[in-house]
Design a protein around this ligand. Structure first.
Ligand SMILES: [Zn+2]
Ligand SMILES: [Zn+2]
Length: 336
């Protein structure tokens, strides 16, 4: 019989299609013979030497060889840094000025890399850049939420090859964050503990869904994973805001993330994916009821009418089997 599972963090329900579940191997992307991506593209706005093709630079991390990461304003921003946050109410209609920031983080000078192929140091540089932008943007009184995310591959929403992520700083708290906060408060009121710490404790006890552990972070497939190979990376230390991360934890998270991405890359043949850092709203500071984390969603299956009609999901894999499959993926030495 199929099984319904509930994510206690979001209260989302998912149908785990156990009987017609596919084996993890069924999701390995077909290998196509394609020309290798060059490590430099003269026409790419993010490649070194083409810095003039990007609009305003907000930050760059450098060493003696040149820049390692750069942060620039998005050429087609969804939000604008100029102006005041003004709320308008007209009868039943509510609107607000689109103040905020929409930035692109160029993760590496190399055109052909992706997180699966980064060294730990390169991933550390990316996470350190995220932290700086996050900490800077949340100081702005007009900003309520800072979302850091990456789209990898066309099915995840990008056609630009050069490795990059985005930051969106917004004048409101999106409903998705608000509902997680409300559920976190509800659990804290009832049980006197953080629902995320509780989840991590149970996952570490069950061990069936753990994919990879480092000193400070644990990567696992959620019990009620909404889609195949959906992953969460939780800090072991309770902390509600991403920018509270210590330097030593950044290096450790880099090791955890590059390993998880390498497992997806080698185990499923470089699937498209999105990831996002989920953190507390900008001015909420340190709270006992919320716990920041990284969510990774491989874009292997497509949401369709059932998902749109119900707000529920059907997962065609069994989370325990996906986790076991990823645990076993060996990572060959990287040649680049
Ligand atoms: Zn490039
Ligand atoms: Zn916690």
């Amino acid at each position: 019989m199929p099984e319904l599972r509930q994510n206690i963090i979001t209260r989302d329900w998912v149908i785990i299609a156990k009987e017609r579940a596919q084996r993890p191997e069924d999701f390995v992307r077909e290998k196509k013979r394609v020309a290798p991506t060059p490590n430099y593209d003269a026409g790419c706005p993010f490649c070194p030497g083409n810095e003039h093709l990007t609009i305003k630079e907000l930050y760059r991390l450098t060493d003696h060889t040149g820049w390692k990461t750069r942060v620039v304003l998005n050429k087609f921003p969804a939000l604008s840094l100029e102006g005041d946050r003004v709320r308008r109410i007209d009868g039943i209609h509510r609107s607000m000025t689109g103040v905020g920031s929409h930035e692109v983080i160029i993760e590496n000078p190399r055109h052909d890399l992706s997180p699966a192929l980064y060294t730990h140091q390169e991933m550390s540089d990316v996470i350190d850049t995220y932290r700086r932008r996050y900490a800077d943007l949340r100081k702005d009184r007009r900003i309520e939420a800072v979302i850091i995310f990456k789209n990898h591959g066309p099915d995840a929403g990008t056609s630009l090859l050069h490795p990059h992520s985005q930051v969106a700083a917004m004048p409101i708290v999106p409903t998705q964050i608000r509902s997680r906060i409300e559920e976190g408060i509800r659990h804290f009121d009832e049980m006197g503990e953080c629902v995320y710490c509780r989840t991590l404790r149970q996952e570490l006890r069950d061990r069936q869904r753990i994919v990879f552990e480092t000193e400070h972070f644990v990567a696992f497939v959620p019990y009620a994973a909404l889609s195949p190979f959906h992953l969460w990376i939780y800090p072991r230390r309770h902390s509600s805001s991403f920018d509270d991360i210590y330097d030593s934890e950044i290096d450790d998270l880099a090791e955890n993330m590059t390993t998880v991405f390498a497992k997806l890359y080698h185990g499923l043949n470089n699937p498209d994916y999105n990831y996002s850092i989920r953190s507390i709203p900008a001015h909420d500071g340190s709270r006992e009821y919320f716990h920041w984390y990284v969510a990774i969603i491989p874009r292997i299956t497509k949401a369709a009418g059932f998902e749109i009609g119900s707000g529920m999901y059907i997962n065609q894999t069994v989370p325990e089997e996906s986790a076991a499959y990823l645990r076993k993926v060996e990572i060959p030495p990287v040649t680049r």
